[in-house]
Design a protein around this ligand. Structure first.
Ligand code: MSP
Length: 515
């Protein structure tokens, strides 16, 4: 059975999840669910990044020990993912004992191999980013992200990242899918045109105690990114003898797709592969840097803007599945897009209430009233316009699959929407509410064809809207567990299957923006 392994970033527990985090996780979940629909065995890993200064400071602010703080915070993350219908296989915590041990074993291995060395270091350090900068990296005395830096001098341990510069460039050039999208790949190659420095992978405990202790120097903990990046591999059994087979299956034989935000491209596309090279571990298949949701004014979405409704709370207004739909439909994976409650509401009303929901309501109501709720038989031959609708429906499943395999979930959804638009036009033209009075066989054809469109659309949108599409499939008389083979058929609903009209699947959302 083909396999698919996808990861989200593991999120800092200094804060609660917001719409940006939800976006990464929902997208990974949608991709994972599509691959399951295709009949593949899938692993989705998400989790939390618990060490480092940010988390230590957040804990101190609350008067808690870092561990107590993390134990509490991770519950919030799990809870939100549950509410958003995320079907993760692994919820990763970097404070888990097996991970800490595996990270220490990696450090020891690299130290023994001479891949790590000690040196006095003077640099400009950004506390909030946990990254050292040199003078030339700064913009107006601040980091490129606009954060403060402070000068620091201390002994530290360094990973010989510079050794792998050439090998990494060659790998990126030879494997066009390794860093995606293309413009991010160029960005990384551009970065690698400058000399690559070695990576500081330690923090003195005197300055930061909350981390994984360096096994060959008890006065230090490891840099939070060195610890965190390893999660993707340790989560599948790396550095754990008793899980060697699992690691073979879920890493070596199934290289992962790392879905990340564009903000953490360098750590993933430069630090991480060079760490793996030094450790002699195969590289991931793809690192995909997605874009950001921005506030309506083009700026970062920030809590200080005091939006009346927190973006993530929109799930309670439009519904979880509708919010998932918006997050996939309104952004091309890789690009930025605008987030505003009004945009969510208008998208949901247009695509889900008016297009999909309305088609479902019309068709099931007419079948209920005129065919005693039994799926009508399709005649043959079909009318030309029905044939043409079925022609669009025929290749739909494969088109969706191609888009998903190309990591284009928006494109996949748009394919389905186009066929739904066509079906709505078809219904409008054939007016089955009139046909039922004048020509019952023609009405049967119109309604039967639409039931098939709805069935296929329902199957193909299940990964995006698992709960709502389950309801839709039920109401068009389709009960088997969703699978791809059925989505490729165009005449599958058994004649006489029970079609039920229910409450509107996607009630129109009324929304008044704040004055
Ligand atoms: N802990 C690190 C990641 C370590 S992975 C080994 C981290 N955590 S984070 O909590 O700051 O999450 C950052 C991620 O959240 C981004 O990479 C992105 O995936 C997501 N987003 C945060 N804000 C976002 C938007 N406004 N829009 C889209 N995604 C954004 O970095």
């Amino acid at each position: 059975m083909p396999r698919f392994y996808i990861t989200t970033p593991i999120y800092y527990v200094n804060d609660l999840p917001h719409i940006g985090h939800a976006y990464s996780t929902v997208t990974a979940d949608v991709l994972a669910r599509y691959h399951k629909l295709f009949g593949e065995e899938v692993r989705l890993l998400t989790g939390v990044d618990e060490h480092g200064q940010k988390v230590e400071q957040a804990a101190a602010k609350r008067g808690l020990s870092p561990q107590a703080h993390c134990d509490e915070m991770q519950e919030n993350w799990r809870k939100i993912w549950l509410e958003l219908g995320i079907e993760y296989d692994v919820f990763f915590r970097t404070t888990d004992a097996f991970h800490k041990k595996a990270v220490q074993d990696c450090l020891q291995e690299l130290w023994d191999k001479g891949e790590i060395y000690a040196e006095d270091y003077e640099g400009l350090y950004s506390v909030s980013e946990e990254i050292f900068y040199t003078e030339k990296d700064l913009v107006d005395g601040k980091t490129p992200q606009g954060n403060e830096v402070v000068p620091i001098k201390e002994k530290n341990y360094f990973f010989r990242m510079s050794r792998y510069q050439k090998e990494l460039i060659a790998h990126i050039e030879k494997n066009p899918d390794f860093v995606q999208p293309d413009f991010r790949r160029n960005e990384v190659l551009g970065f690698l045109r400058q000399p690559l420095h070695d990576l500081c992978i330690s923090r003195p405990k005197a300055r930061l105690a909350w981390g994984i202790e360096i096994p060959f120097d008890k006065d230090y903990v490891t840099y939070v990114w060195f610890d965190a990046l390893l999660n993707y591999a340790t989560g599948m059994g790396y550095q754990q003898k008793e899980r060697a087979q699992e690691f073979q299956t879920w890493w070596v034989d199934t290289p992962p797709v790392h879905l990340i935000g564009k903000d953490i491209l360098t750590t993933h596309a430069v630090y991480w592969p060079t760490m793996l090279m030094a450790l002699g571990v195969p590289l991931p298949k793809t690192i995909f840097g997605h874009g950001w949701w921005l506030a309506a004014d083009g700026g970062k979405m920030s809590k200080s803007k005091g939006n009346a409704v927190k973006p993530l709370d929109l799930k309670d207004i439009v519904g979880v599945d509708s919010l998932r739909y918006f997050l996939i439909r309104d952004i091309a994976l890789g690009n930025d897009s605008t987030f505003a409650p009004e945009l969510v509401v208008s998208r949901v009303n247009a695509d889900l209430a008016n297009n999909l929901g309305n088609l479902l309501a019309r068709v099931t109501n007419l079948v209920d009233k005129n065919f005693e709720g039994a799926a009508p038989a399709l005649p043959s031959p079909l009318a030309p316009e029905t044939t043409s609708l079925f022609q669009s429906l025929e290749g739909l499943a494969n088109r969706v699959r191609e888009k998903i395999e190309a990591l284009d979930p928006q494109g996949a959804v748009v394919q389905v929407v186009e066929v739904l638009n066509e079906a709505n036009k078809y219904v409008g033209d054939r007016a089955p509410w009139k046909q039922v009075k004048t020509d019952l066989p023609a009405a049967a054809e119109t309604l039967g064809a639409c039931l098939e469109v709805l069935r296929v659309a329902g199957l193909l949108l299940t990964p995006v809207m698992p709960t709502k599409m389950q309801e839709l499939l039920q109401s068009v008389g389709w009960t088997p567990k969703p699978n791809f083979a059925d989505a490729r058929k165009t005449r599958a609903i058994p004649v006489g299957a029970k079609v039920t009209k229910g409450d509107p699947l996607f009630p129109r959302v009324e929304w008044k923006s704040e004055p």
